[in-house]
Ligand binder design. Structure first.
Ligand code: ATP
Length: 637
């Protein structure tokens, strides 16, 4: 027998499982039954695609799950005749944390038992949940197509034992020795029936409950009087306790909301009900059924590159894969559910999947359907707020990635703006509605900090003209996706840090006149600031501030490239901004023609640095900035 240490994170997880205050212990049955069903799914698929496996299976093999309980022994056993696990599988699957979901779970742990135990509900940490009720677990498994079986045992502390053993057929037996305090509850017929009914009714394979019932002979009145003792016999029972029909095959009208929700919980491991359910049957050229759910809370691994796809593919009710990220576009990776096609071949291979026309068609229609459901959801303000809190970001990704549905996605995204209150957001349709129809542009400003953005001097000209500007403070994504949107229903997106100020009532001649008047000082400032600025210009976009920094419209694309490179971890220098000065401001007016060179130098730097600070940018030399301010203040006093 070989002893193995659990990977550290598994150790932590198990400690939490055994010591947590978690109240929803019953879910361990759901998790183990769901694993059993997955294992049968996999063997079912191999039976269709792998002749070697097929030849080793009995002619009449069909998947089933058996649960037995023994009150005296205080135990529960869950048995499946699925794919099984060999030695490596056992070590990899239930000894380490390889799955991204569990990894994110462990990363999210806070160390606070109460908070952490709530997390289990959100996650479903699968197999390990059994240690909430078990004092010891044995997993006896034999992989389909292999000869040797293995036994894995653990008490849920730091280590597990693994040794070869014998087992006749392929599949897995999970023997659970219940903790004394859990035995009465879980080694019980009505309790198991109740849990299976609640979570696993629609598992596609029959689940049988096996138990021994004590039958007491019924005595006649005479025998009773004669003091005869009733004979007790034991009878073995084998009863199916689930419906074993795939929920999505039922007509919509026959499915209750509760059934939809329970099915969602069984495939997603979420403890909450979903935010939306989308069940579609398509008939005609292509025949398929889809059942999609939008979770209330975004999956924890949504922003991980190795996220677990949430949609399973079936062909004529036979499970094909749950590891195909291409069933839906990446921006819809939060959607959970199933696709069941009538037209794909059962032995469909991965390569075929990726280039399959039928699947591409299903994908396209599914996206349409999901987006139109989200649109319906948007009519319910409260619900939509919940949705946006979780999924605004993936929608933004979508508007960038999915050209066909760009306008539909843009319509669904919500934005902060100069005209929204702290807690509310606007849509592009509302933005257009509120704007002057001549405007024909959607103005935005991007940065990291909402407060800084709201106070940006660049907004002055827009406020003065009552023009709404979108405040995009999710810089990491906004900076990449927004410049690529192009336009929404012919209204062009415009970054106010690189476009001309709006509605300026100034003739070309007047403009030229001001430029000439300030020509010397702009040149001088440019000389002083050197490489730190791309240019210095007088501006008409400011009313209260003396200066601001903007990007050269031509450089905007370069800046975006640079941002993308930075996002990929490349070092990229910041491009120097254009400094614009306000010719109507006292400082600029006085500076023009000022004779004290040292003072002009100090003020020039301060004009640049404070403009950068107002945009939330970093300044290179904070000490010099402070010293200059002191010198200027001293002189002013
Ligand atoms: N009855 C079983 N038969 C075959 N393999 C199993 C069985 N139970 C568990 N496994 C293997 O162990 C792995 C880990 O199981 P676990 O329940 O922890 O997570 P999961 O089912 O992969 O993920 P999740 O619970 O998030 O769906 C499974 O992916 C599977 O490979």
């Amino acid at each position: 027998m070989a002893k193995h240490q659990f990977q550290t994170e598994v150790g932590q997880l198990l400690h939490l499982m055994t010591h947590s205050l978690y109240s929803n212990k019953e879910i361990f049955i759901r998790e183990l039954v769901s694993n059993a069903s997955d294992a049968i799914d996999k063997l079912n698929y191999l039976k269709l695609t792998d002749d070697n496996i097929k030849s080793k299976l009995p002619e009449d093999w069909s998947g089933e799950i058996n649960i037995t309980f023994d009150e005296e022994d205080k135990s529960l056993t869950i048995i499946d005749n699925g794919i099984g696990m060999n030695e490596e599988d056992l070590i990899a699957s239930i000894g380490t944390i390889a799955k991204s979901g569990t990894k994110s779970f462990v990363e999210a742990l806070t160390g606070d038992a109460k908070k952490d135990s709530n997390l289990i509900g959100q996650f479903g940490v699968g197999f390990y949940s059994v240690f909430m009720v078990a004092s010891k677990v044995d997993v006896i498994s034999k992989k389909a197509g292999e000869e040797q079986a293995y036994k894995w045992s653990s008490t849920g502390t730091g280590e597990f034992d693994l040794s070869p053993c014998t087992k006749e057929s392929s599949g897995t037996v999970i023997y659970i020795k219940l903790k004394d305090e859990e035995a009465q509850e879980f080694a019980s017929k009505p309790r198991i029936e109740n849990i299976v009914g609640k979570y696993s009714d629609h598992i596609a394979y029959p689940i049988y409950l096996n138990y021994t019932e004590e039958i007491e002979e019924e005595l006649s009145e005479e025998d009773k009087k004669a003091g005869k003792e009733a004979k007790k016999t034991e009878e073995k029972r084998h009863e199916q306790i689930n419906k074993a029909t795939a929920l999505w095959t039922q007509p919509k009208s026959k499915i209750k909301e509760e059934e939809y929700n329970d099915f969602y919980k069984s495939i997603s491991h979420d403890s909450q009900d979903p935010l939306a359910t989308i069940h579609t049957k398509a008939e005609g050229v292509s025949e398929y059924t889809t059942l999609f759910y939008i979770p209330k809370t975004a999956p924890m691994d949504m922003y991980r590159a190795d996220y677990q796809p949430g949609v399973k593919l079936y062909v004529k009710r036979v499970f094909i894969t749950d590891d195909e990220k291409d069933l839906l576009p990446t921006y819809l990776r939060f959607v959970r559910g199933i696709i069941d096609s009538e037209d794909l071949p059962l032995n469909v291979s991965r390569e075929i999947l990726q280039e399959n026309r039928i699947l591409a068609n299903i994908k396209q229609s599914s996206v349409k359907k999901i987006l139109s459901e989200i649109k319906k959801l948007s009519k319910d303000e409260e619900k939509y707020k919940e949705f946006i809190e979780q999924y605004n970001r993936p929608l933004k990704e979508g508007a960038y990635q999915d050209f066909t549905n760009k306008d539909k996605l843009l319509e669904l995204i919500r934005f902060k703006s100069t005209k929204t209150e702290a807690d509310s957001m606007t849509s592009l349709d509302k933005y257009k509605e509120n704007a002057d129809s001549e405007q024909k542009a959607i103005f935005y400003i991007i940065g990291e900090n909402e407060k800084v953005l709201r106070n940006s001097p660049l907004l002055e000209a827009y406020k003065k003209n009552d023009i709404e500007v979108l405040i995009l403070d999710d810089k990491e994504i906004d900076e990449i996706v927004t410049p690529m949107y192009g336009a929404y229903q012919e209204w062009e997106f415009k970054d106010i840090t690189s476009c001309e100020a709006p509605k300026v009532e100034q003739t070309e001649e007047e403009k030229k006149e001001v430029e000439e008047k300030f020509e010397d000082i702009t040149k001088k400032i440019k000389e002083i600031l050197g490489e730190s600025v791309a240019d210095v210009k007088v501006t008409n976009r400011l009313s209260e501030s003396p200066s601001c920094v903007v990007k050269d419209a031509g450089d905007a694309q370069m800046a975006q490239m640079a941002q993308m490179m930075r996002a990929m971890g490349q070092e990229m220098p910041e491009t120097a901004p254009i400094l614009e000065i306000n010719p109507d401001h006292e400082i600029v007016k006085k500076l023009n023609g000022y004779s004290d060179d040292k003072m002009v130098e100090d003020v020039s730097w301060v004009l640049l640095d404070q403009a950068k600070l107002s945009e939330g940018m970093e300044i290179t030399d904070t000490v010099a900035f402070a010293q200059r301010l002191s010198r200027i203040t001293a002189k002013a006093l």
